[in-house]
Design a protein around this ligand. Structure first.
Ligand SMILES: *[C@@H]1O[C@H](CO)[C@@H](O)[C@H](O)[C@H]1NC(C)=O
Ligand SMILES: *[C@@H]1O[C@H](CO)[C@@H](O)[C@H](O)[C@H]1NC(C)=O
Length: 410
């Protein structure tokens, strides 16, 4: 009897250890941050990049695909890369004499650009234009973890404005919510290409506040897009003398916004997203705020309609960069060349823009739906210079130009 019990306990113990070993190996698999197929892809990308570099005759001394785990080494390489990419940059355009004047680590103050907008209004494209400037650290959208909601006032705005300011100062302390969300949504970091270059190999680094701060403090230009905070609240940041901030409000025709949001499954349960009356009330509030900011901070605030950017991507981007005191570099021209005048393929994943993208709603939407939006959005559309379509034929006719003039200083 005793021997039998012993036999069974040995069997159970053996079974348990096998289970533990299996579970252990699975755990390691899950936390392995670089699956074989991805590393193969990276090698391919790397080769492609090498081909391009040969043509440019400008060897880049650092290797963005280097998965070095040594943080000091990563920081050294990043410093070198920024210096190298900006060696021919004319810093007087940015209002300073040298790179160090814009680098927090060296006691300087970076140039900061904040894009304020709402979902599906062209921020992906505009954000990428700014990120094409070498030496730019793209904070992306800091409030993904808030869900599909708009922040229109206190108390939510207190925390949100504090977060924006802290991020622009490269201070990521007490931002557990932000990093926790990122752990399951890596796209929160991947748009920040110059951070992602390193942390994609060692994802712990992406959620490491200290590492993020130290990398951030090396970059002379900082940009961020925010689609969840209304413009009226941003005044507080423009008043802040500690920040070297410029703000761009990006507005889009509500008919185009609603058409684009129809493709997205994130919208439907969230009234802030699918109700045109909320979108257009925000557009009116943004219009009033824009007029005031333009008066008070003419050199720090600018409003832009997405349709104008899409119709004239190069000249509008040049004007915008000039306003932001950013130089037009070869990389910006290359980006504009490769991402414009080509048919758009999908939704958010591609950010190609052509002349007809902003007006696609005219051929896709049912006139009854358009008419509903127009009725709800009459005032917002008239303030921002969007013309009404009178009927279905008119809506699709070549003679109908939805864009009218508008003025913020009435
Ligand atoms: C740099 O830009 C300034 C204008 O911001 C211009 O006057 C100057 O000539 C430029 N320098 C060079 C070397 O291009
Ligand atoms: C549609 O609107 C246009 C422009 O206002 C007008 O000329 C035309 O007669 C309208 N067509 C119909 C069928 O109502």
């Amino acid at each position: 009897m005793l021997r039998r019990v012993n036999f069974y306990s040995i069997c159970i113990a053996f079974g348990l250890s096998v289970l533990l070993i299996l579970a252990g190996s699975r755990y390691t698999d899950n936390t392995n941050y670089r699956p074989a197929s991805e590393s193969r892809r990276n090698i391919k990308n790397f080769l492609k990049i090498e081909d391009v570099d040969e043509n440019l005759l400008q060897p880049i001394p650092t290797n963005p695909y280097d998965g070095s785990p040594d943080i000091e080494k990563i920081l050294d390489k990043t410093r070198l890369k920024i210096k190298h990419e900006l060696w021919a940059y004319n810093f007087s355009i940015s209002g300073v004499q040298r790179l160090e004047d814009l680098v927090i680590e060296s006691g300087g103050r970076p140039l900061i650009s904040l894009i304020i907008s709402t979902w599906r209004s062209g921020t992906t494209f505009l954000g990428e234009v700014l990120n094409a400037v070498p030496g730019n650290f793209y904070h992306y959208e800091p409030f993904l973890n808030y869900g599909i909601i708009q922040i229109r006032g206190t108390p939510e705005s207190d925390k949100a404005l504090k977060t924006i300011k802290k991020m622009f100062q490269c201070n990521y302390d007490d931002m557990e919510d932000y990093f926790d969300y990122g752990k399951n949504h890596w796209h929160q970091f991947s748009h920040n290409t110059r951070l992602w270059d390193h942390c994609k190999y060692k994802k712990e680094l992406c959620i490491d506040a200290d590492f993020t701060s130290r990398v951030c403090r090396l970059f002379p230009f900082q940009s961020m897009k925010v689609v969840r905070v209304r413009l009226r609240l941003i005044k507080q940041l423009l008043q802040d003398k500690e920040l070297n901030l410029k703000v761009i409000l990006l507005i889009r025709d509500p008919r185009g916004v609603m058409q684009s949001r129809q493709h997205r499954n994130f919208c439907q349960p969230a009234p802030d997203c699918w109700k045109p009356e909320l979108l257009c009330a925000d557009m009116i509030s943004d219009y009033v705020a824009a007029g005031r900011l333009l008066q008070q901070y003419p050199d720090k605030f600018m409003a832009l309609r997405y349709e104008e950017l899409a119709l004239n991507p190069s000249s509008t981007s040049y004007d915008l960069l000039k306003f932001l005191r950013l130089g037009v570099t070869q990389s910006v021209d290359e980006f504009l060349h490769s991402h414009t005048n080509i048919e758009v393929a999908g939704v958010s994943s591609t950010f190609r823009v052509s002349r007809d993208v902003p007006f696609r709603w005219r051929n896709v939407l049912d006139f009854n739906f358009v008419d509903e939006i127009q009725e709800t959005c009459k005032e917002a559309m008239s303030l921002w210079g969007y013309r009404m379509a009178h009927n279905a034929t008119h809506m699709t006719s070549k003679d109908f130009n939805p864009l009218d003039q508008y003025s913020l200083t009435q």
